[in-house]
Structure formats: structure tokens, C-alpha cells
Design a binder for this molecule. Structure first.
Ligand code: CP
Length: 313
């Protein structure tokens, strides 16, 4: 298929073929990144704005590097030093940046729906880099890319997502992407953080952490989102670690070739022990590496690219 969308706002609205087109385009860009000359002219003359109204390390820097590798001009919007601090609205901020001929807006915002709102008020393309607890599409795409690269497939795999699902945009985007691609997704964590309502998305919910671990081909650990939780939702990090954290004893019950993933940032010793995060089954840093290729693909496609066939081999 050929990609037709101007924006990348969520995974929920994508078809399986569209998801596979992003993954295949990312594969082509990963190969480009392994060449001596890693830069391509695909976005030459275009201006990309990194509009991060929430903090980020991985997403922000990989989008920045992706824009540079595609030869775009890049504006890294600094919220703290901006007129946001004087009360300027998101819409006015974005439209002023567009008045400077920005073409692609990458937005992270604490409000769910902020990227969708911008896509309605701007002429340019909008890419969602995480909106509240709603979606984080490029994280799910890089997670799928990593799983496919490591396991050779996604369909039929058992993927268990453990942790703070309720507040996690990563969980929502992963459930949409993985189920569309035919994986069996299980969500597990404290009942206050993993409501049964998630089953309506086509996945399974269990509160039995050992069962979620034993059945998994892939374990994706989620950070406890302290910044989004009310205190009543969470008993304490010590209790969480002892009841749900991935430690050596729990990992011993897993399949020997289980893949350990985490979107980062990690709360070491809470949802995952350090020796597992840094161990041989962990692909956490490979996820970050793959994020660059996936974000190059996302920028390339929303700028009018149609698929991997257009990426020079
Ligand atoms: N996984 C992720 O979104 O990390 P950052 O918040 O550092 O971008």
C-alpha cells in the first residue's frame, strides 16, 4: 500500500497495512543509518518544529536527530523561555510558528487530544509525540519494530504489558498496534491501575503477575506515572515492587527467550530490577535506537512519502 495521511495522530485510526508501511519504511531508514553517510535529502527545505510542552529525553532527541538526518531545518521550541509562560495559547503559539513557514509540528502535551486539535487549526502536518494518557503512537511503532526485528513476527506472540496501564499512553498505543497486528496482549498490574474496561480494546486483563510473566514471549514493563496519579491509586513503591516488580525470582518463571522491554524512563528497583534492565534479555536501548528509524519514517511519510519503496537503498 501507499501512505496517504498528512498527520500521525494515533494508532487507533491506522489500519494494519498502514502500521506495516511505517515499520517497513523504518526498516529502510535503519539501513540508511548504518551507512557511512547517514543523511538523506528527503526533507530538504522543510522546517520541523519540536513543540514539547512536557518533558522528554528519548522522543524529543530522536525526533530532532530524525529531522536532521532527513536534512530538514529544525526548531527546538523552548517552552520555559517562550511566551507560553506569559499565557499565550497553544493555538497562537503554533500558528505563530507556522507564520515562520514551519511545515511539520511534533507535539507532546499533557492534554489528550492536543495534536488532533492542532491538526484542525494548522495547515502543516502534525505528529503526536505523546498526548496526556491518550496515545504515544511512535513509541508503539518502535516497540512493534523491535519485537518484529527480534522475534521475526508479531502475529501470534503473547505480549504482556505490566504496570501502570491506566495512566499510560504507551499502553493504549501498544494495545491498538499489537492487536491490529495479531498479537495476544495481556495487561497486568494492580486492579486500581488496570481496569477491566481495557478488555474492550481487544486484550486480556489479569491480576496474576506470575501467569502474565510465564505466558509471555514479550514483557513490556511500564513506568509508574507518579506525575499523573492521585495518591489513592497507588499503595507505595515498595509494595508495588514486591507485588508486581520484575525481579530475578519472577523472571526465572518466564520463557527462556522472553524479550524484556521498557519505554523509559525506568524507575529502577520499582517496576524492574536494575540487573534485568541491563541484562542480556533486555532490548531497552535497542528500542531507543529503533526510535530514530521509526521517527525518520514518520516524518518522511507525513511529508508526502508513500512508503519504503521511496527510500534509496
Ligand atoms: N518513552 C518516552 O516517551 O520517553 P521520553 O519521555 O524520554 O521521551
Amino acid at each position: 500500500m501507499t501512505w496517504q495521511r498528512k498527520h500521525l495522530l494515533d494508532i487507533e485510526s491506522l489500519t494494519p497495512d498502514e502500521i506495516l508501511t511505517v515499520l517497513d519504511t523504518a526498516k529502510a531508514f535503519k539501513a540508511v543509518g548504518e551507512r557511512a553517510i547517514k543523511k538523506v535529502p528527503a526533507l530538504r527545505g522543510k522546517t520541523v518544529v519540536n513543540l514539547f510542552i512536557e518533558p522528554s529525553t528519548r522522543t524529543r532527541t530522536s525526533f530532532e536527530l530524525a529531522a536532521v538526518r532527513l536534512s530538514a531545518d529544525l526548531v527546538n521550541f523552548n517552552t520555559e523561555a517562550s511566551s507560553f509562560k506569559k499565557g499565550e495559547t497553544l493555538k497562537d503559539t503554533a500558528r505563530n510558528l507556522e507564520a515562520l513557514n514551519a511545515d511539520i509540528f511534533i507535539i507532546r502535551h499533557s492534554a489528550a487530544g492536543a495534536p488532533h486539535f492542532l491538526s484542525r487549526v494548522l495547515r502543516g502536518s502534525v505528529v503526536n509525540a505523546g498526548d496526556g494518557a491518550h496515545e504515544h503512537p511512535t513509541q508503539a511503532l518502535l516497540d512493534c519494530f523491535t519485537i518484529r526485528e527480534k522475534k521475526g513476527r508479531i502475529a501470534g506472540l503473547n505480549v504482556s504489558i505490566l504496570g501502570d496501564v491506566l495512566y499510560s499512553r504507551v499502553a493504549r498505543s501498544n494495545v491498538w498496534a499489537l492487536t491490529k497486528l495479531g498479537a495476544n496482549v495481556t495487561l497486568c498490574g494492580p486492579s486500581t491501575l488496570v481496569p477491566r474496561a481495557f478488555e474492550q480494546m481487544g486484550c486480556r486483563v489479569t491480576y496474576n503477575v506470575d501467569e502474565a510473566i510465564e505466558s509471555a514471549d514479550v514483557l513490556n514493563l511500564l513506568r509508574i506515572q507518579h506525575e499523573r496519579q492521585r495518591k489513592t491509586m497507588f499503595p507505595g513503591t515498595g509494595e508495588y515492587a514486591s507485588l508486581f516488580g520484575l525481579n530475578k525470582a519472577r523472571l526465572a518463571r518466564a520463557k527462556p527467550d522472553v524479550l524484556i522491554m521498557h519505554p523509559g524512563p525506568i524507575n529502577r528497583g520499582v517496576e524492574i530490577d536494575s540487573e534485568i534492565a541491563d541484562g542480556s534479555q533486555s532490548v531497552i536501548l535497542e528500542q531507543v535506537t529503533n526510535g530514530l528509524a521509526v521517527r525518520m519514517a514518520a516524518l518522511f511519510l507525513v511529508n508526502g512519502g508513500q512508503g519504503p519503496q521511496e527510500v534509496a537503498g
